[in-house]
Design a protein around this ligand. Structure first.
Ligand code: ZN
Length: 292
């Protein structure tokens, strides 16, 4: 299959060069990195587009499989809950891409009202049965929100500006938007240059991997939001990184458990943060008043 050595960066227009041939699920899709804003983007988008109902098929997951999925997400759900709860007290909160609702269930303790957007039928069915208001599109919700959260969703979206416009339309003025995405500058890629991890992490559904600078650019260009804070943190511990480096495989934190020291992981995370090389970016922004 022919592939270009470079393409134009969708985010800033600069040259984006070929850095990886194939993704973990499709050998014909290649990954490019912008020479200016360092966004990583794919050269081809297959029918995995959120706009077209990506993952909208019914899978028929069993109760046990759903419990396993919720259990896998529990640590992230709880961390996210603690990061955002102060802004959600008594508010109307939407989780965009809510999955099986681990975060929604946590935040419903503090929020005045919660709702979700989720394309997966199993997820929607499960949450609807529990009494949650979950729709397949944000456009199906009728009442605007005080807070919208997007945890590991934005990197899946083909038209980030269009989605920011839609989200702005469903946020009250002064409302808060939280976005969490993987960091394109993850130390395993940028410094350790771990090829096994690159083969594993590049995926046809991650259309854009943003850096702090490129996500800032997207939000500023959109104009509806003022960035209040941006930060990063390390989700995966040092045992995970050692295992990638030694064995080229994920899950090291579950194998080399003796390395799971809270103090060491905290220090490691701090060092990565100082180098802008954590695995996760987190933005909090406020919707400005009406734009003319
Ligand atoms: Zn760029």
């Amino acid at each position: 299959m022919n592939k270009a050595s470079s393409i134009k960066c969708d985010i800033c227009g600069a040259e984006s060069i070929l850095i990886h041939e194939g993704t973990r699920d499709n050998p014909d899709i290649n990954v490019y990195e912008c020479t200016s804003c360092h966004t990583k983007q794919l050269d081809r988008i297959v029918d995995n587009d959120y706009d077209q109902g990506f993952m909208n098929e019914k899978l028929g997951m069993t109760a046990e499989e759903i419990a396993d999925r919720l259990s896998e997400c529990r640590i992230d759900d709880y961390r996210r809950y603690h990061m955002v709860k102060d802004w959600c007290r008594g508010k109307r909160v939407l989780d965009f891409g809510c999955g099986f609702g681990g975060f929604l269930q946590n935040i419903s303790q503090d929020a005045g009202d919660v709702a979700g957007v989720e394309l997966g039928c199993d997820e929607r069915g499960y949450l609807t049965n529990l009494g949650y208001d979950v729709r397949s599109s944000i456009l199906d919700h009728e009442i605007p929100f005080d807070v919208i959260t997007m945890f590991h969703v934005f990197e899946h979206l083909k038209s980030p500006q269009k989605w920011l416009n839609d989200i702005a339309g469903f946020l009250k003025p002064g409302g808060i938007l939280f976005i969490e995405v993987p960091n394109a500058n993850d130390v395993l890629l940028s410094l350790y240059e771990n090829s096994a991890f690159a083969d594993f992490t590049y995926w046809s559904a991650h259309l854009y991997l943003y850096t702090k600078e490129s996500l800032t650019r997207v939000i500023k260009e959109n104009g509806y939001f003022e960035i209040e804070s941006d930060g990063q943190f390390q989700r995966y511990p040092i045992a995970n990184h050692f295992y990638w480096l030694a064995k080229g495989k994920p899950g090291g934190q579950n194998v080399w458990t003796f390395l799971n020291s809270e103090e060491i992981n905290k220090e490691y995370s701090k060092m990565l943060e100082e180098q802008n090389m954590c695995d996760t970016l987190f933005f909090r922004m406020i919707k400005k008043g009406d734009i003319q």
